[in-house]
Design a protein around this ligand. Structure first.
Ligand SMILES: CC(C)(COP(=O)(O)OP(=O)(O)OC[C@H]1O[C@@H](n2cnc3c(N)ncnc32)[C@H](O)[C@@H]1OP(=O)(O)O)[C@@H](O)C(=O)NCCC(=O)NCCS
Length: 158
């Protein structure tokens, strides 16, 4: 339950990621395909993984505010990469710190990700927009939409 509370708090305060869902759904996310970092028994880092076309996408990357700029983001992405079996990994971001983490781990900025991945990314973007609209998350929509041209796709090939 502590992990669910932490995740919901982080999702509520960080407007560049998806909005929080119910406790039950967040518990399911935490038990599913994700990477987690703990310190002294407390969850301090979280990232989700899901199949998107021919890639596995790492998304919803969160590090506790008190632990940022200490290499936890790097540790988290390294852990996610190890867990992913697919040899093509994708991460889309416009967050400069996230981009730096990916570049440090030799992710390469790519243009076209391939047809199947592009179709799924477009579908997921609309699904997320819809989920934010039905939750009246207008601040989040504004935050994510205003810099849409700054989003870069980073790929890692195993
Ligand atoms: C993005 C995030 C996960 C990074 O976590 P972190 O634990 O701070 O990451 P690390 O300490 O491993 O590395 C951060 C790197 O970014 C750099 N950095 C930090 N802020 C930066 C900024 N504003 N501009 C450019 N680089 C920045 C750091 O110097 C460091 O690089 P270095 O190791 O070469 O010095 C964290 O800031 C976060 O949770 N942000 C909020 C949620 C979010 O926006 N997630 C991304 C959604 S795609």
């Amino acid at each position: 339950m502590e992990d669910v509370r932490w995740l919901k708090k982080m999702l509520s305060s960080e407007l560049e990621v998806r909005p929080p869902s119910s406790d039950k759904k967040e518990a399911k996310y935490l038990a599913g395909n994700c990477a987690k970092i703990y310190r002294d028994g407390d969850l301090i880092g979280y990232a989700e993984m899901r199949k998107v076309g021919s890639h596995t996408e790492i998304s919803t990357v969160l590090v506790d505010k008190d632990f940022r700029k200490q290499g936890i983001g790097k540790e988290l992405i390294e852990k996610a990469v190890k867990q992913i079996k697919n040899d093509k990994i994708l991460c889309c971001t416009k967050n400069p710190a996230m981009a730096k983490v990916l570049q440090n781990l030799t992710f390469k900025s790519i243009g076209w990700p391939g047809l199947s991945t592009a179709i799924m990314l477009t579908f997921n973007t609309f699904a997320r927009l819809l989920s934010m609209l039905i939750r009246f998350e207008f601040k989040r929509i504004w935050r994510q939409g205003k810099g849409i041209h700054k989003y870069e796709r980073y790929e890692f090939k195993k």
